[in-house]
Design a protein around this ligand. Sequence first.
Ligand code: T4K
Length: 399
Amino acid sequence: MMSQATVIQLNSAPPAKKSSEPLPVLRPRLPSAAEILPYLQAIDSRNVYSNYGPLVMRLEQELSRHLGARDQTLVTVSNATAGITAALLSLGIQEGETQESGLCLMPSWTFAATPHAAMAAGFTPFFGDVDPETWALNPDKAVNIVRAKLHQGRPVKAVIVVSPFGAPIKLQAWEQFQKETGVPVIVDAAAGFDTAAPSSLLTVVSLHATKILAAGEGGFVIADSPQKARRIRACCNFGFEVSRVAQCRSINAKMSEYHAAVGLASLAQWPAIRSKHLRIMDWYRQALAPIPGVTLQPGYAQGWATATTSVVLPAGSAAHVAECLRRSGIETRPWWGQGCHVQPAFKNCPSAELPITEDLGNRVLGLPHYPDMERENVLQVAAALNRALQSLIPRRRAS
Ligand code: T4K
């Protein structure tokens, strides 16, 4: 039940202003030109612009220190999509196999980058369903899929576990899965800068402009040994290890010095960036709690920071809510749409039954979330959302 005080607060929140500038669903704020300038001047004085220059190496060291990774185990990449491809290539298990033979189990409930990255490494995505409590693949169910596929003669050669919008994954259970099945697990923690942790799983984080720690474009892969990291680096650099002779199948996924400059400037601001997002998340937690039928992403506002806010709406209401909010000058975005399995690029990819993904695809909506957001904006969104759902009640009663 909604308390009287909260009803008054939601109803009295000012309706979002109708202006030519809607409340954006996302509006990143990266470091200013002045904050990046010292790093750019360092580039000018050295004439080194790419190919693992000093700023890239410094960023790798600072990220390693921040995340508590061992020395020489973190490799920067040009973007997380390329990072996932390079991580898969580094496993070296698809050599000589046809595209059809190596299945890569992954959720359909992810961004298109995940299956694209696997296909670029020669794997065929196999879409599994996610758990409603985590929005991620379930390690126990994955064991069954791996066994069943082996039985059908189409072995699963790798698994990509996606951290949903940066939420922590069941790391220990996945490490156990990898140990027991022998199937390598890659963590797509594109949005998970705040939750990614060194482990026995190759973990890929994005530093795209829309992510919580941003370099414009970029990312990094964390391995558990310098040897694996060297292999990943080779897979990002034409297959070169010590000489300029290609040793393995590879792409070019190197980060430039300019992106490292922005990444370093962002990392210097991390504590402030993190608290801004945590504050927005807390505002949403409070503002949405009284609205019946609306829940936040599992685990949201429970100690980890993300740069996006997604809600689960009552069945059948998402399109109406999005339209009402749009008319109130509030942008929304179903970030992962209906899942990847419905997208033409992946129509030939095999898939399990996906009832949870289909349900989430119909009910999840991304709300405005950006670093400069004020509490008043969050209240505007909550009030508009409440009004949109209220306006459905007479229709529901009538039908
Ligand atoms: N795995 C997962 C699970 C991912 O979510 C992603 C990326 C990846 C892998 C791959 O990571 P990277 O290879 O990108 O490192 C955006 C991002 O481009 C993408 O990085 C992100 N996930 C995805 C969820 O969102 P779009 O196509 O939806 O972006 P776009 O251009 O529509 O921008 C979103 C909103 O942000 C718009 O309202 C405009 C605003 N925006 C965007 C940019 C780039 C700005 O105001 N300024 C900007 O500079 O993919």
